[in-house]
Design a protein around this ligand. Structure first.
Ligand code: AIR
Length: 171
């Protein structure tokens, strides 16, 4: 059964939103990907979002660009937590979608990640799922440990060669 539902406003968003799917696959979390627009397919969006909890989803990820109303509309139709991904378009550097998604008025929140940061949306979804799933919590802990390992570098710089150590490529 799919635990995470990923939805996006257009196939244009697919290259970004696929990163959420890739990350969830790496975590071994079953999920679905759907494309539907909040203004081109409003009835379909309402239908999908209002049925999501009964369908077994636990978290929804919604990505859109420009006047990115999809995450807010999805959140309006479900009690499930919704994570919004502002997608970069060819105007305004993605700030249009970011502000649209992050500025939900009080009452119906959308947890918003950075512009095009669908990967973080998947990790956040995993963290929510891990609250009630010890196995997922273990996978998340391993992911954190691997990440910590990759992010560190240690070099010994001999005193007689003061230039070494600057501009090195971590290897
Ligand atoms: N969009 C589509 N319907 C509602 C919105 N906000 C967004 C898509 C995409 C952008 O408009 O999420 O990021 C351009 O979509 P398209 O289909 O015109 O290329």
């Amino acid at each position: 059964m799919s635990l995470v539902g990923i939805v996006m406003g257009s196939t244009t968003d697919l290259p970004v939103m696929e990163k959420a799917s890739t990350q969830l696959r790496e975590f071994g979390v079953a999920h679905t990907l759907d494309v539907m627009s909040a203004h081109r397919n409003p009835a379909k969006v309402a239908d999908w979002a209002s049925g999501a909890a009964d369908a077994g989803y636990k978290v929804l990820i919604a990505g859109a660009g420009r006047a990115a109303h999809l995450p807010g509309v999805v959140a309006a139709h479900t009690p499930l937590p919704v994570i919004g991904v502002p997608c970069l378009s060819d105007h305004l550097g993605g700030a249009d979608a970011l502000y649209s998604i992050v500025q939900m008025p009080p009452g119906v929140p959308v947890a918003t990640v950075g512009i095009d940061n669908a990967r973080n949306a998947a990790i956040l979804a995993m963290q929510i799922l891990a609250l009630s799933d010890a196995d997922l919590a273990g996978r998340l802990a391993r992911f954190r440990a691997e990440q910590a390992e990759k992010g560190m570098e240690h070099r010994e710089i001999p005193a007689e060669d003061p230039d070494r150590g600057f501009g090195f490529q971590p290897g």
